[in-house]
Design a protein around this ligand. Structure first.
Ligand code: ADP
Ligand code: MG
Ligand code: MG
Length: 892
């Protein structure tokens, strides 16, 4: 026999799945001996059975009536009894809190007869009629489906007629007239009368609460919050207590700590002479909870005590609902309260200090997502208006600056001390100087892994991308928004990269003390609140470092980035890209290398590049002294270093048309560009393939690394360079490159007399590499999973195209719930990682494994890499603290 009903005295917190959060916690408070009005809970199972079949499950009615009888006996009166009615509330309450999404009906049991009885028994006719009008109003709208606005309208008109500001000023006669008007409204709108039978009211209220599980807004909310649709809601039937009995009564909500900052002390709102829903409905002005100390010191003292009891018991921030009926305090709800990221860190640390939770518990209660939020400056939430446009929240934080429409202008204004926001349709590597100069980047095209997004995240720069209602007119130096607003160059914009919103004008910023501490090791002592959170974050990171098994390295290409990463706690560099070292001034040399016809020409170009590269590596090895630096040999297709094919051809054609002599260098360049043109460059001549095809390239890079190591060693440093080969698909490719690497290392070692023990390994970023990891590991000393390319090649998704093209449709249709470029796809890409780790380690037990894709800084992915047994994750310097924290949480 299934049991569908639990008395509050039978349940408990552990039954939240069955009783819903509200019911389970009401039972828990009852168990703790707190003053909870008696009641019972219809289980979520009863709801599920009802929703599946459309009928109440057999036995439910009998159980409910048995419990109702118990409630009546305890109260000494019957539901809706004429001379002294027992009234109940019928309250929804699912497993996961869905605030305001479902229905609750108060004062069930009143009718035309018992309202007089209630007036007599309570000695207040006004109170009785106020309760009755509430019931008719709530029942009429939620159970009988009459538009709630019609009731509101009738109430408004009555208040106007009487010339009173709010409902407390309406007297018994007013309210009784209102009830008549409401009943008439129901008759007209619903085509039936408001039911007078208390039992009938109760049953219909219960079914309405069940039904509210499937209301439009409840479904929508669940979708957004990833709550399953098939859980159902419980229903709590509870004896009413009355906050609307005059000045010595009232209702309130409270938190055991400040849910915004985590500070200790009671926080909340109180409303005298009101029923519960009035407090949150905002119909009258509430008073701060502290005021209750003066209004009703006895109840206030009790409330404090109960809240202490709850916090000790739940060992966490609790929020509660309470009601005072003629000086007697009743507890109506509690739950572990929602809080901001700042409060989460602060409270976790405080609870450890208070001896309530362990450091592990504390770590479990904070998150990398929250930490990331705390690291960026924020807009003052009270000061933002309607956004100018919305896009994807590509790189979090908040920034204010003048709109500029190209990289040069950004650089120019930045140099003059003006903060700028770079606005582009989309960005490309040529925009880099402008991105560096800008406070924020805004694009009208591209997804969260578009160039703008990836680069901005890497630099810790605010970015909103794909704001597709914007028309960006680069030539005209202006943009037009969806509603036709024109923004000219120089107009001040505020960009919220955490929310994906852009505002006109300068929204005030709140700086991040957490960031200052993480970046500089010093906190700003001026403000008390940030101090608490700074300390709490520092402690959480220390605790994470103490338990985590995954190491955290950073992706960094410059000594500055390397130094910053180190301050953030990076334990090395997991990915040092070398392509950035081929840009700018050095492009000429790269061009010469590419265009070289003879070996001698090429060697000269390479010789010129060698000292420059050596200098780069020396700088980075210095910044990371004593820690590993994994240097990737050149990866991108060479034409990326050459001018744009179309632009070049157009320029030459134009010169020709004007009858000018064509520059031979340009002509040669165009021929080379044409020769090297590829339809799918990302699947073309790049990575290890370059090393095998362009003579001398690998040797030059390895020599630069080796000589930098020698230089550092001679200077007394502890250089730890590791050499990494990209895009390997077969062991033969790796072996060929490795032979050359070893040859150069040996040469430099012999020449310098300094032993060079640089580990040589490969990226695993092609499915074939993962599937043949065993043989590759026999030759490679480490694997570094390039999960960006691995995701791209496993799914067959072009990273640069698919996000804009169809990812939003895929997300809508549920093909995936997060972009696989953001969160690792466990079943597919993840399995390749697991396979490669297992087979690689079988072939070489000392194989070192890590990940250097964007996923290295994604909380969910970090947990996966921990379980997959990797040795480290590597991510952009700004994500290092997030990765440390999540690596710690993964180890709990
Ligand atoms: P929600 O989940 O939307 O908060 P609740 O079931 O908590 O809905 O109820 C709405 C309001 O009615 C709350 O303020 C609650 O405190 C109040 N309330 C519920 N049951 C009772 C009761 N038995 N006596 C007095 N007030 C009640
Ligand atoms: Mg509530
Ligand atoms: Mg790659």
């Amino acid at each position: 026999m299934v049991r569908y009903v639990y008395d509050f005295t039978d349940g408990g917190r552990e039954l939240a799945g069955l009783l819903g959060g509200k019911g389970a916690n009401l039972a828990e408070m009852t168990r703790l001996g707190l003053p909870v009005p008696p009641g019972f809970t219809l289980t979520t199972e009863a709801c599920r059975a009802y929703l599946e079949t459309g009928a109440e499950p057999a036995g439910l009615a009998r159980e409910v009536s048995a419990h109702m009888t118990g409630l009546e006996e305890g109260a000494g009166r019957r539901l809706g009894q004429r001379d002294d009615p027992l009234l109940v509330s019928v309250r929804s309450g699912a497993r996961f809190s869905m605030p305001g999404m479902m229905e609750t009906i108060l004062d069930v049991g009143l009718n035309d007869d018992s309202v007089a009885g209630l007036a007599n028994a309570s000695g207040s006719a006004r109170f009785a009629w106020d309760s009755y009008r509430r019931l008719v109003q709530m029942f009429g709208s939620t159970v009988m489906g009459v538009d709630a606005a019609l009731f509101e309208g009738a109430l408004e008109r009555l208040k106007e007629l009487r010339g009173v500001p709010d409902d407390v000023h309406l007297d018994a006669a007013d309210l009784s007239g209102l009830v008549e008007a409401y009943k008439e409204l129901i008759r007209r709108e619903a085509g039936e009368d408001f039911p007078q039978s208390p039992a009938h009211q109760l049953r219909r209220a219960v079914l309405a609460v069940f039904d509210s599980w499937n209301s439009e807004r409840a479904r929508l909310y669940r979708h957004r919050e990833h709550i399953p649709d098939d859980l159902g809601t419980a229903v709590n039937i509870q004896r009413m207590v009355f906050g609307n009995l005059g000045a010595d009564s009232g209702s309130g909500v409270a938190f055991t700590r400040d849910p915004a900052t985590g500070r200790r002390g009671l926080y909340g709102d109180y409303l005298p002479d009101a029923q519960g829903e009035d407090v949150v409905a905002g119909i009258r002005n509430t008073v701060p909870l502290a005021e209750l100390e003066h209004l009703d010191p006895h109840s206030y003292g009790q409330l404090r005590e109960h809240m202490r009891t709850l916090e000790q018991h739940y060992r966490d921030l609790c929020d509660i609902e309470f009601t005072i009926e003629r000086g007697k305090l009743w507890m109506l709800q509690t739950r572990v309260g929602k809080r901001t990221a700042e409060a989460a860190f602060t409270i976790a640390a405080a609870l450890v200090d208070e001896g309530l939770i362990s450091t592990e518990d504390a770590l479990a209660r904070v998150s990398g997502v929250g930490l990331a939020r705390l690291m960026f400056p924020r807009f003052d939430a009270s000061a933002t208006g309607e956004p100018l446009t919305r896009g994807l929240p590509a790189s979090p934080g908040a920034a204010v600056g003048s709109a500029v429409f190209d990289s040069d202008e950004a650089v120019r204004r930045h140099a003059a001390g003006e903060p700028v926001v770079l606005v582009r349709q989309e960005t490309n590597p040529d925009d880099l100087p402008g991105m560096v100069a800008a406070r924020a980047v805004l694009t009208s095209r591209g997804g969260k892994t578009s160039h703008a997004a990836v680069v901005a995240r890497g630099m810790g720069k605010v970015c909103v991308c794909g704001a597709d209602d914007l028309v960006v007119d680069t030539e005209g130096r202006r943009l037009t928004t969806g509603n036709g607003t024109v923004v000219e160059e120089g107009t001040v914009l505020s960009v919220d990269g955490s929310a994906g919103a852009v505002y006109a004008g300068a929204v005030p910023l709140v700086d991040s003390a957490v960031m200052r501490r993480l970046e500089n090791g010093t906190a700003d002592g001026a403000d008390e609140a940030p101090d608490a959170v700074v300390g709490a974050v520092t402690r959480a990171l220390e605790n994470a470092d103490a338990v985590r098994r995954l190491e955290v390295r950073a992706n960094a290409d410059t000594p500055e980035d390397a130094a910053r990463a180190r301050r953030f706690g990076a334990q090395g560099i997991g990915l040092c890209r070398t392509e950035h070292m081929f840009l700018g001034e050095r492009r000429r040399l790269v061009e010469r290398m590419i265009l070289a016809v003879t070996d001698a020409d090429r060697d000269r170009a390479l010789d010129a590049l060698l000292p420059l590269q050596r200098g780069d590596f020396t700088g980075i090895l210095t910044a990371m002294d004593g820690l590993p630096v994994t240097i990737r040999l050149l990866d991108p297709p060479l034409h990326e270093f050459l001018p744009d094919r179309l632009a070049l051809a157009t320029r030459l054609a134009a010169a020709e048309a004007r009858g000018e002599v064509v520059d031979t260098h340009d002509a040669e360049l165009l021929a080379a560009v044409n020769r090297m043109h590829e339809e799918n460059p990302m699947l073309g001549l790049r990575g290890v393939r370059l090393g095998l095809v362009v003579p001398g390239l690998v040797a030059m890079q390895v020599r630069a690394i080796a000589e930098a190591v020698v230089e550092r060693a001679r200077a007394g440093g502890k250089p730890r360079a590791e050499i990494m080969v990209p895009l390997v698909g077969d062991v033969a490719e790796f072996r060929l490159v490795r032979e050359e690497v070893d040859r150069v290392l040996a040469e430099v070692s012999t020449a310098s007399g300094i032993p060079l023990a640089c580990p040589v390994g490969t990226m695993i970023e092609l499915p074939r590499a993962a599937l043949t990891a065993g043989p590759i590991a026999e030759v490679a000393e480490f694997f570094s999973f390039g999960t960006n390319d691995l995701t791209q090649t496993t799914w067959g998704f072009s990273r640069d195209d698919v996000e804009a093209a169809f990812f939003s449709a895929y997300l809508d249709k549920g093909v995936f719930s997060a972009s696989p470029f953001e969160t690792i796809d466990r079943e597919g890409v993840g399995r390749l990682v697991e396979t490669a780790v297992t087979e690689g380690r079988a072939a070489r037990p000392t194989l070192e494994t890590g990940v250097c894709g964007e996923h290295g800084g994604d909380p969910e992915s970090v947990h996966f890499f921990h379980r997959a047994g990797l040795d480290y994750v590597s991510c952009s310097p700004f994500r290092v603290p997030v990765a440390r924290l999540e690596a710690g949480r993964a180890a709990l």
